[in-house]
Design a protein around this ligand. Structure first.
Ligand code: FES
Length: 103
């Protein structure tokens, strides 16, 4: 896992953009825990870290598509990658998982 930020860097209920190992990730601190997903909305590139966070979902600020931060799924059928997050001693770590390359 890679150090992403400190807990204090993200206020409760907000998201932040980070780049880890060349991957742009939106990290969220919610009432139900920490989550990390692709930073860019698959619809038209909206900045998900700037979206409205409620429970375990974020709503894209551009066209209001909601994404479940646990699964990456949206009722619209769009999907973002979800990255595992761990918090240890006030530091937040993210596992940057790359999709396997098709043979
Ligand atoms: S760009 Fe995110 S909903 Fe359109």
């Amino acid at each position: 896992m890679t150090l992403a930020c400190r807990e204090d860097d993200v206020p409760p209920g907000e998201g932040r953009n980070i780049t880890l190992e060349g991957t742009r990730i939106a990290i969220f601190r919610t009432d139900t825990g920490w989550y990390a997903v692709d930073a860019v909305c698959p619809h038209r590139g909206g900045p998900l870290a700037d979206g409205i966070v409620c429970d375990h979902a974020v709503t894209c600020p551009l066209h209001d598509r909601a994404f479940d931060l646990r699964t990456g799924e949206s009722p619209s059928g769009d999907r973002v990658t979800v990255y595992p997050v761990e918090v240890r001693d006030g530091e937040v770590y993210v596992e940057v998982v790359r999709a396997p390359v098709a043979a």
